[in-house]
Design a protein around this ligand. Structure first.
Ligand SMILES: [Zn+2]
Length: 823
């Protein structure tokens, strides 16, 4: 059951947790493991409290030496009464492994039969491993020991003290929150190094050993560069001893910031060719998780309403540090193009919330706030804050904040106090409009006289101050385009801000509003610039400026202000000359999604053909073996109808020079062939026999869900809604392979079935896995009034699961836009 904020506040008022001493026995094969916990805590004498606890069987349970009746465990909680000033709870129990990525997740590798475990207690799954006070402000030291098969290795937050004959003992940690307690175990492969006195290690499944060995140098280099940069910025050194990074199978997040042992999803150890933007994204995740060592782990939010203190800062600092310290200097281009679009989308949904909500009711609501607002909008807001107070004051404020609250918890008010002191400015007004109010402003440039017009949605009428740049671009005689000047402008929290400096300039061929991407807003250019984008954009050398222009263009199409057909035409002319891989990938992905949802069955084939042509043109001019070539090939494979050509690639015929048709690209091609009904179950089985790996199993599940026959769809649907033996990742891959615009007639029965059957699915799957599955399985391609009617009917149910409510509400809002904009 979710923990409410008021329960957490009441518990923290009477309880002070000192330590967890945990012994896990994972030696037996089967569905369960042994857990022995000693919890030492102070309490208000005579008071009662509870711990989160979800055992299969309790063998013994004592509080201060006296037996605790087994009836005390109920509904996922262990209730204790008549507490002493100092208490020792000792519990021995049998617990259940999970396959949904929460608790202690157990995974069997199809490649070699090896078993791996990882522990993920976030957000309130601590009770699935041991009895604990599972809330962020009850920090304690953790001392872990593990009995495991003798050929395994085990890693946790704490440093290894001893290991022999399958017994592993670890040193006690500094005080950490329960959601940060971590463990990775199995016969994994390790690579070690050290830097600046900090021991470093990388862990991965044995089946990926050769790939980790090849990528370890890049991973260690980025790790060291980021550590150095954080040590330049922060006065407190990395506080958790060693810095281990494990790559775990079927991990729900991209990664998680456990102190001393960061865990990443192991798709980040590449086994096939990837683009440089994927490598950049991995570097960004490394830097992001490292930022959490200070923001989140050293100083932790008191409750989940300050989740943004964790994620907005990690997203901002991760993007900044990866860009400043590693070879990936274009991280802010990626941010402008990709991450902000995620934030803008979430911020305009019915479920929008402030970056820093005044109150998050319970852990369930907190989980839903792990969205584009808490990450991307929050980070964009911090970028604006830096523009507002200056970098020196910003960093001084952060350092003050860390020093004041190290190993403890803090709130928004604490942080604002530190920043106000460092900058000498009162930030309460700024924080009120930027952090406490939801939704986004639109900034529109108008000329003669030059002015920025600011609007806000009717339900969220807040206007905000924006510090921005306005760039003026001229076409040169030699065909190039140069930025003549970049005007700093302070847009007032008003409907109109005059920009006399722009009037003083001679007319430009293109004026870029929010050039440099300093603020968070929807951007609309003046009419002349809008008309010039298609010819001028490809000639601008600054990738960040191009990203701002692409993002504004895509956003206008999403809003139905401009037709998809116009976007497709722009893609056809501008994409083949685009040099920034992340822009290529994102434009192709976003355009594809808009074509699928915003065009009709009549207009879609022609639009899709143009997208395929754009990718094909780019492919023809891309350097062999480069990232752009791979991005273009993937875009082409996803959009083309030329099944003969794709089949040829699988057989090694007509393959573009330098393009490796490796394991993952083979699957991508096969997936498209299946969608086009040009390959079926036999080919999928054959490919899986050839690639019997973890990724192969996931691709096979996705391909099987895509087979356009009634039987295949029925089997896939059954797996999605009710097969609980399927792991989080396999069910998500199945759901993500289910819907295709080419198969809408066949899939028509599943539109009403989604709304009828998802509530039951939510009851049988874990929180995050259920949310993802409900999202992937949504009939977003069945755009029309009937789907919207079914959504409204489901939303009118009072007993609807809140997670499903949010998924359906937001997806239906996306469909509302698509219905209005359809051509
Ligand atoms: Zn994070």
């Amino acid at each position: 059951m979710p923990l409410t904020r008021s329960e957490a506040t009441a518990r923290a008022a009477i309880i002070d947790v000192h330590s967890y001493e945990v012994h896990l026995d994972v030696t037996a094969a089967g569905e369960t493991f042994g857990s022995r916990a000693v919890v030492r805590f102070g309490a208000r004498p005579g008071s009662s409290t509870f711990l989160e606890f979800e055992p299969v069987v309790v063998s013994s349970m004592t509080l201060n030496g006296s037996p605790v009746p087994s009836l005390s465990v109920s509904g996922g909680r262990l209730t204790l009464a008549d507490l002493a000033e100092e208490n020792e709870l000792v519990v021995e129990a049998t617990m259940r492994y999970s396959n949904d990525g929460e608790g202690l997740h157990r995974y069997t590798d199809p490649a070699d039969g090896n078993v791996y475990l990882y522990q993920h207690l976030f957000i309130n799954n601590g009770g699935r491993v041991l009895p604990c006070f599972d809330q962020p402000d009850l920090k304690a030291s953790w001392q872990v020991s593990v009995s495991a098969p003798a050929d395994w290795k085990v890693a946790t937050n704490g440093e290894l003290v001893s290991s022999s004959a399958g017994e592993w003992r670890f040193a006690a940690t500094k005080p950490i929150s329960t959601y940060l307690a971590s463990l990775f175990a199995g016969p994994f492969h390790a690579v070690t190094d050290s830097h600046d006195g900090i021991p470093l290690a990388l862990y991965v499944r044995a089946a990926l050993a050769e790939h980790l060995d090849r990528q370890a140098e890049e991973l260690f280099t980025i790790t060291k560069q980021c550590l150095d940069r954080y040590h330049e910025m922060f006065e407190i050194r990395y506080p958790f001893g060693h810095y281990q990074q494990a790559f775990a199978p079927e991990f729900n997040f991209g990664a998680m910031e456990y102190p001393g042992l960061v865990v990443f999803r192991d798709e980040m150890i590449y086994r096939s060719a990837v683009t440089d933007s994927q490598r950049e994204s991995r570097a960004n995740v490394i830097a992001h998780e490292m930022a959490h060592m200070w923001f989140g782990d050293l100083v932790t939010m008191a409750w989940w309403d300050d989740l943004w203190l964790n994620e907005s800062f990690a997203e901002y600092l991760g993007t900044r540090v990866a860009g400043e310290a590693t070879r990936f200097t274009g991280t802010w281009t990626t941010f402008a193009m990709q991450r902000k679009a995620w934030g803008l989308r979430a911020d305009q949904h019915p479920s929008t919330h402030p970056v820093a909500p005044v109150e998050v009711r319970d852990t369930e609501q907190a989980l839903l706030n792990f969205d584009g607002i808490s990450y991307a909008k929050g980070a964009a807001t911090l970028k604006q804050l830096v523009a507002f107070v200056g970098d020196e004051a910003f960093l001084a404020g952060l350092n003050e904040h860390f020093t004041a609250h190290a190993y403890g918890n803090a709130t928004l008010a604490d942080l604002l106090g530190a920043l106000a002191k460092a900058s000498g400015r009162d930030l309460s007004g700024w924080a009120e409009v930027w952090l406490r109010r939801a939704q986004v402003n639109t900034l529109r440039l108008e000329l003669s006289p030059a002015r920025v017009e600011q609007t806000a949605p009717a339900d969220y009428p807040t206007l905000r101050p924006h510090k921005i740049g306005i760039g003026l671009y001229d076409r040169g005689a030699d065909g190039t385009v140069v930025r003549r000047s970049l005007l700093p402008v302070e847009v007032e929290a008003a409907a109109v801000t005059a920009v006399p400096a722009l009037d003083a300039e001679p007319a430009a061929d293109l004026v870029v509003l929010n050039d440099g991407d300093l603020t968070y807003a929807k951007i609309r250019l003046d009419d002349a610039s809008t008309a010039a984008v298609s010819t001028v954009l490809p000639l601008i050398s600054d990738s960040l400026a191009r990203a701002v222009l692409w993002a504004a263009t895509l956003d206008a199409v999403v809003d139905g202000e401009r037709p998809v057909a116009e976007l497709v035409t722009l893609v056809l002319t501008a994409l083949p000359v685009e040099s920034e891989v992340v822009i290529v990938e994102d434009v192709l992905r976003a355009t594809r999604s808009l074509v699928d949802r915003y065009s009709t069955p009549e207009t879609r084939p022609a639009a899709l053909e143009l997208v395929a042509q754009a990718a094909d043109r780019l492919l023809a001019v891309s350097e062999p073996g480069g990232s752009r070539q791979l991005a273009a090939a993937r875009g082409l494979i996803g959009a083309t109808n030329q099944s003969g050509r794709l089949r040829g690639w699988l057989d090694g015929e007509g393959v573009p020079d330098g393009l490796a048709i490796d394991a993952d690209l083979r699957w991508l091609i096969l997936y498209r062939l299946v969608v086009l009904d040009a390959a079926g179950t036999a080919e999928i089985d054959e490919e899986f026999a050839r690639d019997r790996s973890a990724t192969g199993a996931q691709w096979a599940a996705r391909c099987r869900a895509a087979v356009p026959t009634p039987d295949a769809k029925a089997a896939a649907w059954q797996a999605i809604v009710s097969d609980v033996s399927l792991s989080n990742r396999l069910v998500e891959m199945t759901a993500s392979g289910f819907w295709h615009p080419e198969q809408l007639d066949l899939l028509a029965p599943y539109v009403p079935r989604y709304f009828a059957e998802m509530p039951a699915m939510m009851r049988v799957r874990g929180g995050m896995s259920a949310e993802r599955t409900a999202g992937y399985a949504y009939p977003e391609l069945a755009v029309g009034a009937e789907t919207r009617r079914l959504a409204a009917e489901l939303l009118s149910r009072e007993d609807l699961d809140p997670i499903l409510r949010r998924v359906v509400q937001d997806a239906d809002d996306d469909m509302r836009r698509a219905v209005e904009a359809r051509f």
